[in-house]
Every structure is written in C-alpha cells, then in structure tokens.
Design a protein. Structure first.
Length: 189
C-alpha cells in the first residue's frame, strides 16, 4: 500500500465539497423533524458502503442496468431539485407515508444527499487520478465529518434557532436547486 498524504488531502477536500454535509444541515434538520429522528450511524454506514461500492463497482453496476453515468447524474439532480424546491416553498413533494426514521436515514439522507450522483461520479473520476487506498482514506475522513454533523443535528438546530434554520433552509434550498441545474446542464450536453 502506498499512502500519499497529499493525495489523501486532495481526495478529502474534493469529496468534502461534493458531499457538502455542512450545506445539507437544513435538509438534515428538516428530515429529522419529519421523521422524528435521524439514525446517524445507519446513514453514515450506508453512505460509506455506497461510496466504496461506487469506487469498485460503480460503472459496472450502471452498465448492468444499461444506464450511463450521465443519466444517473441527471436522475440524482432531479431529486436534489425537488428537495431544494421543498425547502424553499415549505411544501412537501415527497410523500412521507410513514415516519420511519430508519428509512429516512437511508432515503433521501444516505442516498442521494450524502452519496448521490455527484459523489458517485466524483469517486469514479478520482479513481482515474489517485490511488485506491488514498481514496478510501479520503472517504473515511469525510464519513467521520458526516457522522459528527448527523449526530449533532439537534444541537445545530438549537444554535441556529427557528429563524436561522428557516433562513438557512431557504438559502441552501436555492443552492441545491442551482447545483441540480448545473448537474443537469453538465450531463445533458
């Protein structure tokens, strides 16, 4: 194994910006309110499992279903667009028939918010430029940050207060819509 500190830092920063767990705080707070709680361990483990699967089998899995990476990215972008739309308008688009917090911890939290299309395409791209062991360490470092944010979402909400959380939710809803449109534009043409 050839661990290269510079590669680990580069991979970690790239993944941190794509996962954007800090930007997802309003979504996490909103999901926790709808479901009652967030299972930080479960969401982190599922997201980590998905990321490692993307690293080793991402293109093969998509090929198995006859789906290319660009189509997958557009589908993920549409989900992100709708989540952003919900955040800005304060309306529910996704039907939450149950308040099962375990299910919410997986969909939409672990996938597509944490380990969605952007993360998948990034990990596949990173594989072409960095050594696999350094990518794995970068993923693990990001999962540690994800876990800390998920675990402390209630405290983060208290720090923000209702007004701060609402403002943050609307601002990041708009950013989420912008990111989804960028993903669609990038992968459509």
């Amino acid at each position: 194994m050839n661990f290269v500190f510079k590669e680990i830092i580069s991979v970690s920063i790239i993944l941190f910006s794509v996962i954007d767990i800090l930007g997802a705080i309003p979504i996490i707070i909103d999901l926790r309110k709808k479901a009652g709680s967030i299972h930080a361990e479960q969401a982190t483990l599922v997201a980590g499992g998905l990321m490692i699967t993307y690293l080793f089998l991402g293109i093969s899995i998509l090929s198995l279903f006859g789906v290319d990476v660009k189509s997958f990215a557009i589908a993920g972008a549409l989900i992100l667009f709708l989540i952003g739309f919900e955040m800005i308008l304060g309306r529910s688009i996704f039907k939450h028939e149950t308040t099962n917090s375990k299910a919410t911890s997986i969909v939409p939290l672990a996938f597509p918010i944490i380990a969605g299309a952007g993360t998948m395409t990034t990990i596949i791209s990173l594989k072409a430029a960095y050594q696999v062991e350094n990518i794995i360490i970068g993923i693990m470092l990001n999962l540690l940050v994800v876990y800390i944010v998920l675990r402390n979402s209630q405290q983060l909400e208290k720090i923000l207060g209702p007004t701060g959380a609402d403002i943050l939710r609307k601002v990041f809803g708009m950013i989420l819509i912008a990111i989804s449109i960028k993903l669609i534009k990038t992968n459509l043409f």
